[in-house]
Design a protein around this ligand. Structure first.
Ligand SMILES: *Cc1c(COP(=O)(O)O)cnc(C)c1O
Length: 528
């Protein structure tokens, strides 16, 4: 399998090249040359596989044996998911008839980004080790990962990369502006190759610093800067696995044979709390590969550029108030534009281009490049009615306010029909997904299985203890609610008091940050 860029200027990258580059040199994102199809007998063949076995089957459709031999891929996958606390890796919980949550938060940092980043860290290490083994020039291949975070991505990246050979990781966070739990998760990792920089400034300042460093050719060449942001193809790929896992876990929980007519009659919908469109894009790939998904629900908070796209054909940056992102109770979804949406746009463009595959694919690259230019120059672009109609065959969307987010958390903690509903604590992101699922089910009058044939599986993207402010605000009025007892996992107890390692940076100044990075690299014993 080769990879091409969504902007058409780059083709024929190997999987390794696409993963190690992250972003394509033409500014686009990597997509596979074609979408592989699951084998005809997948229902029987995969029904009883463990998460790890399923992952090997799915990943090997996208990674040639000549790039990563199957035995190596298996070892990479096993190592990546050994850090998860649950046998099923992403277990499925029934909340009521027809509504399930797929818990993606049983990895080291209690949020769904672990599923991809545990794998990406091992993949980086694997490729670097192989390059060092086979390169006889004496050159040492290594990577200096630099990223900015307002919370979530930083800790998942740190846990994905800690202790990896030939990799150093630098995560910049705005001093005092990250939630205490998230700050503790990042700074209590004491491995030699992990460096937290607490920068006096805002999250945007941190992001600007990272961009400046990547743009500095000399610094970049000397340290081989790498990124782990959500545009990396390996992250999307790793996430396709749990859509299949959800499908099988659901049928298994009801003892339904996946190859039976009964299984065929059930319509499975996924609702996905969405920010940068990475998580739900993985669902789109699973669907295009052959997973029988009925609808993928794009659930947004009030930063709803995606919801507005499906309503209006226009992809338009928010212009309200000051044009800034709105701070909501689901901060990991606070975005102005969704970086991974560009990949879906390529498929929407491709469907309506003329000519053979190569010609139409090249034309789609030009169309996407044009749209991205318009977005940059004018803050918006518009696609055709047919393109949105085509997207709507599989996607649906809803936007959710903070008030609704809180009321849904309360509603599922205090079920009206206690006999048929579990008491469940949703984190605010998952609550956005559940609210969207409930709203659309009602709007389209979908009858829940087993009375009807609709099932909603909402992806639960974080453990509620990670977003304690929203959860406590929602549940404080409920009699008997006790955050320590009802929500806090044992791993978080004492976390705030653990030893920390963090470098204070008194100004958001690129030269200062570069000096700090080089000083820290020397303490790691790295020569440059
Ligand atoms: C990153 C994140 C999201 C959004 O996922 P995207 O892939 O960016 O759409 C949702 N919830 C949580 C908790 C996250 O960390």
């Amino acid at each position: 399998m080769k990879y091409r860029s969504t902007r058409g200027q780059v083709k024929d990258y190997s999987f390794e090249e696409a993963v190690m580059a992250g972003l394509s040199p033409d500014g686009g994102l990597f997509i596979p040359q074609h979408i592989p199809q699951i084998p005809a007998n997948w229902r029987q063949a995969w029904a009883k596989l463990s998460y790890q076995e399923l992952a090997v089957e799915i990943l090997s459709l996208y990674i040639d044996e000549s790039e990563i031999p199957r035995a190596d891929l298996k070892a990479l996958v096993e190592r990546s998911y050994a850090t998860f606390r649950e046998q099923d890796v992403t277990p499925l919980q029934k909340i009521r008839d027809g509504l399930y949550v797929l818990e993606l938060f049983h990895g080291p940092t209690f949020a769904f980004k672990d599923v991809a980043l545990q794998f990406v860290g091992n993949l980086f290490e694997y490729f670097l080790e192989r390059r060092n083994r086979t390169d006889t020039s004496g050159k040492v291949h290594r990577l200096t990962v630099v990223g900015a975070t307002s919370g979530d991505t930083g800790s998942a990246a740190i846990y994905g990369l800690r202790n990896k050979k030939n990799v150093s990781v630098f995560i910049l966070h705005p001093h005092g502006r990250v939630s205490p739990i998230q700050e503790a998760q990042m700074t209590t990792v004491l491995d030699n190759n992990v460096h937290n920089l607490s920068v006096q400034g805002t999250f945007d300042d941190c992001q600007d610093m990272v961009k400046t460093l990547f743009g500095n050719k000399e610094f970049n060449d000397r340290h081989h800067l790498g990124a782990v942001n959500s545009i990396n193809w390996a992250r999307i790929l790793a996430q396709t696995v749990y859509y299949f896992q959800a499908y099988f876990l659901f049928l298994r929980s009801l003892n339904i044979d996946p190859a039976s007519p009964e299984a065929d009659a059930i319509k499975i919908n996924f609702s996905v709390p969405t920010g940068n469109f990475g998580d739900i894009l993985a669902g789109y790939f699973a669907y295009r590969m052959g997973l029988p998904a009925n609808k993928l629900v794009v659930a947004t908070n009030e930063n709803d550029i995606l919801y507005r796209f499906f309503e209006s054909n226009a992809y338009e940056k928010q212009t309200g108030a000051d044009g800034n992102v709105k701070e909501t109770l689901s901060p990991a979804m606070d975005i102005l534009v969704s970086s991974n949406f560009e990949r879906l746009l390529w498929y929407l463009a491709r469907e309506f281009e003329q000519g053979d595959d190569a010609t139409a694919s090249d034309a789609a690259g030009r169309t996407v490049a044009g749209w991205m230019q318009q977005l940059k120059d004018q803050g918006s672009f518009r696609v055709s009615d047919q393109a949105v109609a085509s997207a709507r065959k599989i996607f649906d969307s809803a936007n959710v306010t903070d008030e609704q987010t809180l009321s849904t958390i309360r509603q599922y903690y205090e079920p009206a029909d206690a006999a048929n509903q579990a008491k469940y604590v949703l984190d605010p992101h998952t609550s956005v997904g559940v609210t969207a699922a409930d709203r659309l089910s009602e709007q389209h009058q979908l009858t829940a299985y087993p009375k009807g044939n609709h099932v909603m599986i909402c992806l639960a993207t974080a453990h509620p203890a990670k977003f304690s402010d929203a959860v406590e605000t929602a549940l404080k009025p409920v009699e008997g609610f006790n955050f320590q007892k009802d929500v806090l996992p044992k791993e978080f107890i004492g976390l705030l008091d653990k030893e920390r390692k963090v470098v204070a940076v008194e100004r958001a100044d690129p030269q200062l940050i570069m000096d700090v990075i080089e000083r820290e690299l020397r303490t790691e014993g790295i020569q440059f």
